[in-house]
Design a protein around this ligand. Structure first.
Ligand code: GLC
Ligand code: CA
Length: 551
C-alpha cells in the first residue's frame, strides 16, 4: 500500500444516532451499521468515519465524552464495535473513529475529581481560575453562546470553548497529555484505520487569559483563538507519540488554519494526513443563491482554496456534515432542487484534489426537514441560542426562521431507508423526527433505479476509484477554468498523458459550452445524452459530465 493510500480513498460519514436502529429504541446503533455494511460496500466507499460513540451524557450528541474507553450503551457494546470494525475490514472498509480531545464531559471522573478536590492531579487537567470581583476571568464567549466560563460552588471558574458541560482540557499538563496518548494508542491497537480529530485548533490557549476589548462591549468570540501560536508543539508530540508510527490516517477538523500554516497541518510531514477544506462548503449569507454573482463567489472560493491547498498539502473535501444543513438546500433554490441538480452538486466536488467525503443520506439526495417549533430541535446549540435570544429580548421568530434553514439538526434526521413507518430506520419512534419526505426520497426506491441519485453516487465513487483514472484524481494537477460561460463550473485534472475534464452547468438553463479539446470518452453523465462536436457541447440544465480529453 502506498504511504498516502488515503488520497485514493472515498470516505462515508456515519452519524450513528441516525443511521439504523436494530434494538427498537429509536436510536441508531452499531448493529445497525453492521447490517448496512453491504450497502456501503455497494456504494463503493473504502473508509467510514463514525461520529463519537463513547460513553456520554449526550449533551452535545456524544461530543461530550465521560469515558473514552467504553462505548455508549445506546449504541451497543465494545464487542459490537469490535465486530463492526472486523466485518468492515472483511469488506475492504476501514473505520475512522472520532477523537475528541479538546474537551470532555463534565461527568468524566477526571472533572468530577477536579471539582471536588482543587489539589488533585486532575485539577490540573482542566483550566480553572479564581477572580476577586465575582465576575468571569475574562470576556471570552463560548462557541455555543454565553460566557466561556462557568463557576463551580467553591468559587472557581472553568473554561469551556463549547457548552458548559464540556470543560476544556489543559494541554499544558504533561500528565494529561500522556493519558490522552495512551487512550489514542489503545484504540489504534484495535485495528481502526485512524481518526477524524475534533475541534483540534482550540487546544492551545492564550495563557495570559486577558480580555479582548470589543467595540460594543460584547463578549469576545473565542473562535478567534483558534490555531494559537505554540499549538504546533502539542500537535507534533501527539502525532509522533500515536498515529505516526502506525500509518494511520487522520483527518482534522482544523478550522482557522491560515493558508501559510497549511503545510504544517496537512503537508507531506504535517501533523495530520489531511484537514477539511471548509472554505467554500457553505453559502451562508448569500441572499440569492442562484444569482450569477453568488455562484461565482462560491466557485471562486472553491477554486482559490483548492488551488492553494493542492500546492501545499492535502484536504478532505465535503459538501455536507453533521454540522451543516443539507447541501441541496444550501446551494440550490427550492425550484431547482431535484435529482439532476443533486447529482450535479456531487460531481462538482467529487473530483477536486483531496479526499471526498459523503455524509450519510447525501447519496440519496436527502433534504432539510420541516421544523414547526423550537421543541422539534434537539441540538444543544439551537437550545442555547434560543435561550440567549429570549434572555436578551431578541426576535425569536426571526431566529426560528434562521434555524429552520441553517440548524445542524437538518443533517441529523434518520436515514430514509424505505417507505415504511419511520422510513425503515427503526420500528420505534426515532429520537429526532423523520423528514416527512421519506415516501419520495428513500434508498429502497433508488436502489434499482438507474436514474436515481444513489445510482449516480455509485458511479461517482467507482470513477474516482477506477484503476485507470484514480491516479489522475489523487495526484494529478488541478486546472480550474476561470473564464467560462454562465455559471459553468469546470476544471481539468491532468497527470502525465492523461487529462480529465469536469463540466457542470450550474444553472436551470440549457447552454452551449466551449471545450477546446477533443472529447475522447464520456466517463460520467448525469443526463440522458450529450450533444457535442469539436469545440463545443450543449448542456442541459444542471447537466454534469466528466470527460476523458486525453489518454
Ligand atoms: C465539533 C463537532 C461538533 C461539536 C463540536 C463541539 O465541531 O463537529 O458537532 O458540536 O465539535 O464538541
Ligand atoms: Ca438502537
Amino acid at each position: 500500500m502506498k504511504p498516502d493510500w488515503w488520497k485514493e480513498a472515498v470516505v462515508y460519514q456515519v452519524y450513528p444516532q441516525s443511521f439504523c436502529d436494530t434494538n427498537h429504541d429509536g436510536i441508531g446503533d452499531f448493529n445497525g451499521i453492521r447490517s448496512k455494511l453491504d450497502y456501503l460496500k455497494e456504494l463503493g466507499v473504502n473508509l467510514i468515519w463514525i461520529n463519537p460513540c463513547y460513553q456520554s451524557p449526550m449533551v452535545d450528541n456524544g461530543y461530550d465524552i465521560s469515558d473514552y474507553y467504553k462505548v455508549n450503551p445506546i449504541f451497543g457494546t465494545n464487542e459490537d464495535l469490535d465486530a463492526l470494525i472486523r466485518e468492515a475490514k472483511e469488506r475492504g472498509i476501514g473505520v475512522l473513529l472520532d477523537l475528541v480531545i479538546n474537551d470532555c464531559s463534565d461527568e468524566h471522573p477526571w472533572f468530577q475529581k477536579a471539582v471536588h478536590d482543587p489539589d488533585s492531579e486532575e485539577a490540573d487537567y482542566f483550566i480553572f481560575k479564581t477572580t476577586e470581583d465575582g465576575n468571569p476571568p475574562n470576556n471570552w464567549r463560548s462557541n455555543f453562546g454565553g460566557s466561556a466560563w462557568t463557576q463551580i460552588p467553591d468559587g472557581r471558574w472553568y473554561l469551556h470553548t463549547f457548552d458548559k458541560r464540556q470543560p476544556d482540557f489543559n494541554w499544558e499538563s504533561s500528565k494529561l497529555r500522556e493519558k490522552l496518548y495512551d487512550m489514542v494508542n489503545w484504540w489504534l491497537d484495535k485495528g481502526i484505520a485512524g481518526f477524524r480529530v475534533d475541534a483540534i485548533t482550540f487546544i492551545k490557549k492564550d495563557l495570559t487569559f486577558a480580555s479582548v476589548p470589543t467595540p460594543d462591549g460584547s463578549l469576545y468570540q473565542i473562535e478567534n483563538y483558534q490555531n494559537y501560536p505554540g499549538i504546533g508543539v502539542f500537535l507534533t508530540e501527539l502525532r509522533d507519540r500515536t498515529y505516526e508510527k502506525r500509518n494511520a490516517v487522520t483527518v482534522a477538523e482544523a478550522v482557522g488554519v491560515p493558508m501559510d500554516s497549511f503545510t504544517d497541518y496537512a503537508g507531506k510531514n504535517g501533523y495530520f494526513s489531511m484537514i477539511f477544506d471548509f472554505n467554500w462548503y457553505n453559502m451562508k449569507g448569500e441572499a440569492d443563491k442562484s444569482s450569477k454573482e453568488a455562484i461565482y463567489r462560491w466557485r471562486n472560493k472553491m477554486f482559490d482554496s483548492q488551488e492553494q491547498i493542492s500546492a501545499l498539502g492535502w484536504s478532505g473535501v465535503v459538501l455536507e456534515s453533521h454540522d451543516e444543513p443539507r447541501g441541496i438546500n444550501k446551494f440550490l433554490e427550492p425550484s431547482d432542487q431535484n435529482r439532476t441538480s443533486a447529482a450535479c452538486l456531487g460531481t462538482i466536488y467529487f473530483f477536486l484534489p483531496g479526499t471526498p467525503f459523503i455524509y450519510q443520506g447525501q447519496e440519496l439526495g436527502m433534504t432539510n426537514s420541516i421544523w414547526n417549533s423550537i421543541e422539534d430541535f434537539k441540538d444543544v446549540m439551537v437550545q442555547n441560542r434560543y435561550r440567549e435570544c429570549v434572555e436578551n429580548g431578541g426576535d425569536t421568530e426571526e431566529l426560528l426562521q434562521e434555524l429552520r434553514e441553517y440548524s445542524r439538526d437538518n443533517g441529523r434526521t434518520p436515514i430514509q431507508w424505505d417507505g415504511s413507518k419511520y422510513a425503515g430506520f427503526s420500528d420505534a419512534e426515532p429520537w429526532i423526527p423523520v423528514n416527512p419526505n421519506y415516501l419520495q426520497i428513500n434508498a429502497a426506491l433508488q436502489k434499482n433505479d438507474p436514474s436515481s441519485v444513489l445510482s449516480y453516487y455509485k458511479k461517482l465513487v467507482a470513477l474516482r476509484r477506477d484503476p485507470k483514472w484514480k491516479d489522475v484524481f489523487a495526484r494529478g494537477e488541478f486546472i480550474p477554468q476561470r473564464e467560462a460561460e454562465d455559471c459553468l463550473i469546470a476544471y481539468r485534472r491532468m497527470l502525465g498523458d492523461k487529462m480529465v475534464g469536469i463540466f457542470c452547468n450550474f444553472t436551470s438553463k440549457e447552454q452551449t459550452v466551449c471545450v477546446s479539446e477533443e472529447v475522447k470518452e464520456i466517463l460520467l453523465n448525469n443526463c440522458g445524452g450529450l450533444e457535442h462536436e469539436t469545440g463545443r457541447m450543449t448542456m442541459a440544465p444542471y447537466q454534469a459530465v466528466v470527460l476523458s480529453l486525453q489518454g
